[in-house]
Design a protein around this ligand. Structure first.
Ligand SMILES: Nc1nc2c(ncn2[C@@H]2O[C@H](COP(=O)(O)OP(=O)(O)OP(=O)(O)O)[C@@H](O)[C@H]2O)c(=O)[nH]1
Ligand SMILES: [Zn+2]
Length: 198
């Protein structure tokens, strides 16, 4: 599939993944250097961030960063139909309304009756098994839970490679909540500008 940046990754779809849900896909970018474990990003769908450019989260810049990195270095982008950490778009927008009322991103999930994160990565492990059979991978993520889940499903994660930190005034609270929940993010980059520069 030709992309605007000149890359031509192969678009892979799957018809018998464990959850039987449509909408998961992978983009496979040719690797320039076969000596290192392949780079993989598991990206959960975010209509607001990926498609509309919402600054409430960091999904859009992370997606574009992975496409640019894989264009240069090769890799597999696994795009999972897991809107709103698995709660769906309608509930995510409800969660946004609760955040506007003061709750953080995880407390809003709980207030709606969900766990902090409803995602499961079995389908990602299945896709990796098909596209990179038997290979250890390097996972582009700040969320250690993704590596733990893949290892549980039998995928060897050699390393987690951090994404950039795409902090804006609009997503700072969101990123701070992720830091408090165990995502690996540099705390200094999440302070308001005046404090960070003090
Ligand atoms: N429930 C909920 N989901 C959100 C919210 N903001 C973004 N999302 C969803 O969160 C998912 C991305 O998860 P994140 O926690 O940002 O990041 P991650 O995938 O765990 O970690 P990285 O690999 O480092 O990007 C996407 O499915 C978004 O749609 C929110 O406020 N509430
Ligand atoms: Zn998002």
């Amino acid at each position: 599939m030709p992309l605007a940046n000149g890359a031509t990754p192969a678009m892979c779809t799957f018809d018998s993944l464990a959850d039987r849900r449509d909408g998961h896909f992978a983009l496979r970018f040719a690797a320039q250097d076969g000596t290192q474990a392949p780079l993989v990003r598991i990206h959960s769908s975010c209509v607001t961030g990926d498609m509309l450019g919402s600054e409430r989260c960091d999904c859009g810049p992370q997606l574009r960063e992975s496409i640019d990195l894989f264009t240069r270095r090769g890799g597999v982008l696994i795009y999972l139909n897991q809107e709103g950490r698995g709660i769906g778009l309608t509930q995510k927008i409800d969660a946004y309304a609760m955040q506007d009322g003061g709750l953080d991103t995880f407390a809003a999930n709980r207030a709606l009756g969900f766990r902090d994160d409803e995602r499961d990565y079995l389908v990602a492990a299945q896709i990796i098994d098909v596209l990179l059979p038997g290979l250890a991978i390097r996972l582009l993520t700040n969320n250690p839970e993704k590596a733990v889940a893949l290892e549980y499903y039998g995928i060897q994660v050699e390393a987690c490679i951090p994404t950039g930190v795409f902090a804006t005034a609009a997503n700072r609270r969101y990123l701070q909540a992720k830091l408090a929940a165990g995502h690996v993010l540099p705390a200094s980059s999440l302070m308001p500008k005046s404090k960070a520069n003090a």
